[in-house]
Each structure stands twice: as C-alpha cells, then as structure tokens.
Design a protein around this ligand. Sequence first.
Ligand code: GRF
Length: 208
Amino acid sequence: MNKLNCLIFISGNGSNLKNIIEKIDSGFLQNIFIHEVITDNPSAGGLKYADEKNITTKIIDDDYTYDDISQEIIKHNIDLIILAGFMKILPKDFVNDHEGKIINLHPSLLPRHRGLDTHKRVIQSGDKLHGASVHFVTEKLDEGPVFIQGIIEVRDSDTAFTLEKNVHQMEYQILPIAIRWFSEKLIEKNGEYYNFRGVLEKEPIKYL
Ligand code: GRF
C-alpha cells in the first residue's frame, strides 16, 4: 500500500508535529510519510523535531513562496497538507488549488471561537465545554467541514493556561486519528462533495 505523502505546516513549538512523528514511529500512523515540514517562522522551535528525523524543512519567504509549494505538491504527489499549529492565513488561490487536501487543527469546538485566543475567549464566555477540532480548510477562515472533535470539560478553577494544556492533550489524540482516516481513505473530497465513509453521519465525532 502506498504511503500517504504529507506536508506539515507549523509556526511554533511543534508539539503536534512531535506527536505525529511519535505516532509514525509507534506504528499507529504506519502509512504516513512526511515529505517536508514547512514554516513561516524561521525560529519555530518545532523545526528541531523534523531535523532530528532528517525530514527536510522549508521556510516560506520571498525565495520560497506558496507558488513554489504548489509546484512541489504537484511534482511530489502530495496527498495531504496538515496545518498543525500554523498561524498564518493561507492565500486564497493556494487554498482553492488544493481544497480537499488541506486540514487544520483548531483549538476550540468549532463553530465556537473561530480565530485566535480561543482559550481566553472560552473563559470569558463561561463555556462549560471546550476542546479541539480538525477540519478541511476552505476559503473562509475556520469554517470548512469539521470531521473530528475532542471535548474537555471547563472547570471553575481553569485558566487560559490550563485550558491550553488540556486542549493540547486532546489534540495529540484527535489529529493522528484524523490523519489515519485519510490514509484509510475514510475521508476524502470528491468533486464538490466531502465523503466521510463510515466516519461521519450527521454530527462531528465527539472523541471523549
Ligand atoms: C495548537 O493548540 C493548535 O491547535 C493551534 O496552535 C497550537 C500549536 O501547538 N493552532 P504546537 O505548536 O503543536 O505545540
């Protein structure tokens, strides 16, 4: 079976990248190949996890643009582009050219709290539940179809900091499951439609 050829985009610590690499090593993601790790931030701490595994890293700048990435996606038959803590908004053309292949990890229970500072906004809004979502990336920010969510309870003692920590733990569970579903072809975009074979009925999966 051919491996799912992936690009992973990061901007910061890269703990989700580290977790994906661990899941490949443990065999949970045995059909995944990371072709390259790409960042907008030359000092992203997470780049070290790619370096340790001799995975090529690239930095988006004037010499390496989204057009260059697009050409690579075509040339190397990239199957999946994973935004794992990528904090920049992708150009519309790039999203449209690769729609159906780009997924994003977002630290909230979408459609609640699109955008930034989700943990702080959960505390301010008094929500009793919080979590993380993985969704297809479309032109509209954080609005593409969600196909897995992990839920945590918000306790009275929680702060934005503790929520961030707990949401991260949930992210380490749901993002690998999402990637595995792709490798098993349980999720795919087919023309205009998103197919969630055996995965989604009416509601996003709640992974508790
Ligand atoms: C994650 O919480 C992700 O949901 C958000 O940015 C964070 C990245 O964390 N978009 P890390 O860089 O993987 O540690």
